[in-house]
Design a protein around this ligand. Structure first.
Ligand code: SME
Length: 167
């Protein structure tokens, strides 16, 4: 079977599992923890998978992204200001960012010397960015449009869960 087909089948199966997790989760935190574990285990090029959530308490101009549930090696970046890193850029613009070669992007904050590419997808609740899902890969250009759809689907599930909690 061609590699592209294998990936499509894998993504379809993972989406089904994610749907199940979202239905049975009793908290957004639980959903995020199970989600990062599933993505890290099943998607072989997703070598670090974690959430950063926007701190609520600080004044708008110095709000920070704070490391949430993650899988992979511990990162030195447990708190990221909105004007720093790929993470800060995705949260402050509210747009998905894919970087095929992190070493050629001046915004990149290094987490591991092995990281070669990265995707960061904002999580929205009630039309506001509340956090993001960040994934690093040890492979160059690991994230194509199918990965983007999958990671945006994950961020959407968490956003919906967060909206339900405060409904
Ligand atoms: N690379 C990110 C920082 C987070 S670590 O990769 C886990 C960035 O440039 O914002």
């Amino acid at each position: 079977m061609p590699a592209a087909r294998v990936k499509q089948d894998k993504i379809r199966a993972v989406r089904k599992e994610l749907e199940g997790l979202a239905q049975s989760a009793t908290s957004a935190h639980q959903l995020m923890s199970q989600m990062v574990k599933l993505l890290h285990e099943r998607m072989l090029k997703y070598n670090w998978v974690g959430f950063y959530m926007l701190e609520k308490s600080s004044p708008a101009q110095d709000r920070m992204l704070v490391l949430g549930p993650f899988q992979g090696a511990m990162t030195p970046h447990t708190r990221i200001p909105l004007n720093q890193g790929i993470c800060g850029a995705a949260a402050s613009t509210g747009k998905t960012i894919i970087v095929d070669d992190v070493n050629s992007d001046p915004r990149y904050l290094a987490c591991s010397v092995e990281t070669k590419s990265e995707i960061v997808v904002p999580v929205f609740a009630r039309n506001e960015v509340v956090g993001e899902l960040d994934i690093d890969s040890h492979f160059l250009a690991a994230f194509n449009h199918e990965d983007r759809e999958l990671v945006e689907y994950c961020a959407g599930l968490v956003g919906k869960h967060l909206e339900k909690m405060v409904a």
